[in-house]
Design a protein around this ligand. Structure first.
Ligand code: TXA
Ligand code: MG
Length: 314
């Protein structure tokens, strides 16, 4: 593939170039408010296949389709339930992904062969401009090799994917910092498949009670809920508070390990914004173990806790 340009989005030609590449079936990494996405034209099966190969992603794990606005959902979903309309009005553009019945236009590779498609309308101005300019729905998982930490800067993307990506749009650090909430609205009652920045109370304030967690069996139900996901290379141990963390740290240091203790800022949004950046940085430091102090077990902290528990499961 040769040299892959990383382009500051202040470059006036960058968006047009990126949009051309997407329409031509190439892979473009771009910033969203949550994490960087690795984009491919969602209606081009061969392009989406290249996406799976570039990430080393298991083909049983479906990808999220990004659209410029709610009107574009009709191009990828077969129906639009009333609750989806309400949620989109409240939270789009933004970090909420809705799982809907798929339209026939969407290739099976996007949905891992399943009958549903996950759709999100991102809020980041660069993502919005790119989607408008490309004029096609864009399939985009996080722009990292499968199983690694999600990227919140262009440098993270390049470090993980190298020349497996054709073009990287650099929009600076992602402001929200953790992946979107994934909500299945195909059942009788909406179900949170992946906790994220749009919390359960926020969703329930709009549509009433929702369920949470994986439903029934089936490995492809929401593979983002698999453990060993979002994991750093350095082993992670969890502590419920600072005192427990220090006890673990002393024991590990006595055993000769180099240890870093990770605490959370006071607010969940601040913790989310820095989470992956901190883990990336500590992961490239010379530590044998990261001891992470978990935040409280509340709805507001659910997404950050979820990512930390997964980081430790590796
Ligand atoms: O914030 C985000 O959602 C980021 C940015 C780039 O938009 N994307 C992201 O994509 O996190 P990815 O591929 O790393 O995670 C997609 C999640 C996975 O948990 C996947 O299983 C789930 O969405 N998913 C995708 N399609 C699905 C479907 N049809 N049914 C259920 N879950 C689905
Ligand atoms: Mg991911």
């Amino acid at each position: 593939m040769g040299v892959r340009p990383v382009v500051r989005t202040a470059d006036p030609d960058a968006l047009a170039r990126a949009a051309d590449l997407l329409r031509a079936g190439r892979l473009v990494a771009f910033p969203t408010e949550t994490v960087y996405g690795l984009g491919a034209n969602a209606l081009d099966a061969a392009a989406v296949d290249r996406l799976y190969v570039a990430k080393g992603r298991p083909v049983v794990n479906p990808v999220i389709v990004h659209v410029a606005d709610a009107a574009a959902v009709s191009g990828v979903a077969a129906s639009w339930p009333a609750c989806a309309e309400k949620l989109a009005r409240s939270f789009w553009p933004g970090p909420l992904t809705l799982v809907l019945p798929k339209s026939e236009a969407v290739p099976a590779t996007v949905t891992a062969g399943g009958p549903t498609v996950a759709v999100r309308c991102p809020a980041h101005p660069v993502a919005r401009a790119l989607l408008r300019e490309a004029g096609v729905p864009v399939a985009a998982p996080s722009a990292n090799r499968s199983g690694q930490l999600s990227p919140t800067t262009a440098a993270h993307v390049v470090a993980s994917l190298g020349d497996r990506v054709d073009f990287v749009l650099d929009g600076g650090p992602c402001p929200v910092g953790i992946e979107s909430t994934v909500l299945d609205v195909t059942g009788e009652r909406p179900r949170i498949l992946r906790p994220g920045p749009i919390t359960r109370p926020m969703i329930e304030a709009v549509v009433g009670p929702v369920d949470e967690g994986p439903q029934g069996v089936g490995p492809a139900r929401s593979p983002g809920l698999l453990t060993k996901h979002y994991a750093p290379r350095t082993a992670v141990e969890l502590a419920d508070d600072r005192i427990e963390a220090d006890t673990i740290r002393r024991a590990l240091e006595t055993a000769g390990f180099r240890v870093a203790v990770v605490t959370q800022p006071d607010r969940p949004d601040a913790a989310a914004a820095e989470l992956y950046g901190v883990l990336h940085e500590l992961d490239s430091g010379n530590y044998d173990r990261l001891v992470v102090v978990l935040p409280p077990d509340t709805a507001e902290w659910a997404a950050v806790r979820d990512r930390l528990v997964r980081a430790a499961a590796g």
